[in-house]
Design a protein around this ligand. Structure first.
Ligand code: HEC
Ligand code: HEC
Ligand code: HEC
Ligand code: HEC
Ligand code: HEC
Ligand code: HEC
Ligand code: HEC
Length: 313
């Protein structure tokens, strides 16, 4: 009896110890993978940061514009790239030596070049170049977004599954598409943001964002338009092109039919939908005919009355 209790106790203790060891083993890699501060960054990054973590240094570009060159080690270390173990020179391949070569470009041109490094590792770069924004950027249009316009500070990029990133997408698109003036200048449909916010998905998304909900299940701009190869709606490759629209809705409405997609009034006021417009015209014609008939009838009645009166006299 006593012996059994002891072995029982020993087994219990060893089980608890075993669980503890397992827990520690499981926790260890997780702890090691979390860099916390800049401390976990590699030696070459530490070297860059030995200068760049101090505040107050600026670079002067060929056009005379100044840029603050402070980089916060903690922010970078906790970004998706810091966590993935990227070093500074993974993106800044030409900044290896100090003194750096003197900036020979204007700040906007330099910035654009920096963005091109993203495509070294991400196929999204290629997709982006093929979309409306990328094509305009290649033409030198400064009013379109590039990678960091949507993904934020180059040293603080977050995973796209991050709830905050998803919640911010509508606001990001709205920064430009909310401006009728900018859109009119580019010949792009205006009012897309306000119409989105007034329809079911937009209304729900903005309510959820206000409540700081963990996730926004309803469609945000990029769920329908894509994020990188965003195309004009009349391009047959666009995810919102008439014949592709049902497939886009089906990502979330598996039962969606052609009629379901077609019945939705999109960014236009209900009056602009072909069916609604047809019905409106139908009523206009019916009313027109009825009114014309009514006046016609009165006219005929009057004429008859007059004719009868004349005949009677
Ligand atoms: C000894 C200090 C020092 C070191 C080490 C250093 N930098 Fe710099 N860096 C500067 C200063 C100062 C500037 C401001 C412009 C200038 O003086 O060249 C600058 C500017 C920059 C710029 C702005 C654009 C440009 O080319 O001027 C980038 C990007 C940059 N550094 C990246 C890095 C990277 C990456 C490393 C590590 C591989 C690094 N720096 C190492 C001091 C340093
Ligand atoms: C994932 C790519 C990437 C990595 C990794 C990266 N940078 Fe950058 N960095 C950029 C881009 C892109 C810009 C241009 C940002 C912009 O549009 O102004 C930039 C800009 C800079 C600038 C100019 C000032 C500024 O903040 O715009 C400095 C200095 C700099 N980086 C230093 C560093 C240092 C030091 C590290 C390592 C701790 C590092 N970078 C890691 C992509 C990267
Ligand atoms: C107009 C805004 C916008 C621009 C510009 C943009 N992105 Fe994105 N990106 C998004 C959104 C939104 C997502 C979320 C996923 C989705 O909807 O496809 C995303 C997702 C991503 C992902 C994760 C892909 C995945 O499915 O895991 C990467 C990597 C990425 N972008 C890189 C880039 C690069 C590189 C550039 C520049 C060439 C860029 N993005 C430009 C909005 C943008
Ligand atoms: C040297 C290669 C390299 C470069 C250059 C690079 N990245 Fe990344 N990026 C990675 C790695 C590795 C990851 C983490 C693993 C993953 O999720 O794909 C990552 C992750 C991301 C993610 C999160 C993806 C997700 O699934 O949530 C985004 C967004 C992103 N990068 C955008 C950019 C942008 C914008 C630039 C340019 C400023 C850039 N990257 C430059 C290698 C790179
Ligand atoms: C920095 C400003 C800016 C941001 C942010 C932006 N756009 Fe754009 N977008 C433009 C401009 C400017 C054009 C017109 C480009 C051209 O001249 O072809 C455009 C074009 C488009 C087009 C094609 C319209 C057409 O008729 O050719 C669509 C669709 C679009 N954007 C959707 C989006 C979505 C969705 C987002 C957010 C994920 C977004 N945009 C973010 C500025 C922006
Ligand atoms: C539920 C799907 C859906 C969502 C969400 C959505 N759109 Fe659209 N969008 C469409 C469809 C479909 C069209 C084309 C219909 C039309 O011509 O009326 C379109 C057209 C556009 C156009 C004009 C494109 C062109 O070539 O004329 C722009 C710009 C645009 N949307 C921007 C946005 C922005 C910005 C958001 C978020 C605020 C957004 N959309 C949200 C489906 C969507
Ligand atoms: C990212 C996911 C997503 C996409 C893409 C999406 N929706 Fe929705 N939609 C939702 C969610 C979630 C609801 C709310 C739940 C519900 O009622 O089904 C909703 C509700 C609706 C509603 C109102 C309520 C209902 O169920 O009838 C309509 C209408 C609608 N969506 C039409 C569309 C159309 C048309 C498209 C394609 C152009 C589309 N949606 C694309 C997620 C999406």
């Amino acid at each position: 009896m006593m012996e059994r209790t002891v072995t029982g106790l020993a087994r219990a203790v060893s089980t608890v110890l075993g669980a503890l060891v397992t827990a520690l083993l499981l926790a260890a890699p997780a702890a090691a993978a979390d860099p916390g501060a800049g401390g976990a960054l590699g030696e070459s990054s530490q070297e860059c940061l030995s200068c760049h973590e101090s505040e107050g240094m600026t670079a002067v570009f060929a056009d005379g514009q100044e840029l603050d060159v402070h980089v916060d080690p903690k922010t970078f270390a906790s970004s998706v790239h810091g966590r993935a173990g990227l070093e500074c020179d993974a993106c800044h391949a030409d900044a290896g030596e100090y003194p750096h070569p003197a900036p020979s470009k204007s700040l906007p041109v330099w910035r654009l070049e920096q963005q091109q490094t993203c495509a070294w590792c991400h196929s999204e770069g290629e997709d982006f170049d093929l979309g409306a924004h990328g094509r305009a950027l290649t033409r030198g249009d400064p009013y379109v977004p590039s990678c960091t316009t949507c993904h934020g500070d180059a040293h603080a990029i977050a995973p796209v599954a991050n709830a905050q990133f998803r919640a911010g997408i509508v606001d990001t698109c709205a920064r430009c598409h909310g401006s009728d003036e900018l859109m009119r200048k580019h010949g792009v449909m205006t009012g897309t943001v306000s119409s989105y916010l007034a329809e079911f998905h937009g209304l729900t998304a903005s309510l959820l964002e206000e409540e700081k909900a963990a996730s926004i299940p309803v469609a945000v701009c990029s769920d329908c338009h894509g994020a990188h190869r965003i195309l004009p709606a009349d391009d047959p490759h666009s995810s919102v092109y008439v014949t592709n629209l049902v497939a886009t809705c089906r990502k979330c409405h598996p039962q969606a039919t052609e009629a379901f997609a077609a019945a939705w009034t999109m960014h236009r006021s209900p009056e602009s939908h072909p069916l609604v417009r047809a019905i409106a015209w139908f009523y206009r014609i019916v009313t027109g005919v009825a009114v014309a008939g009514f006046f016609g009838y009165i006219g005929l009645e009057l004429a008859r009355g007059r004719a009868q009166g004349r005949g009677g006299r």
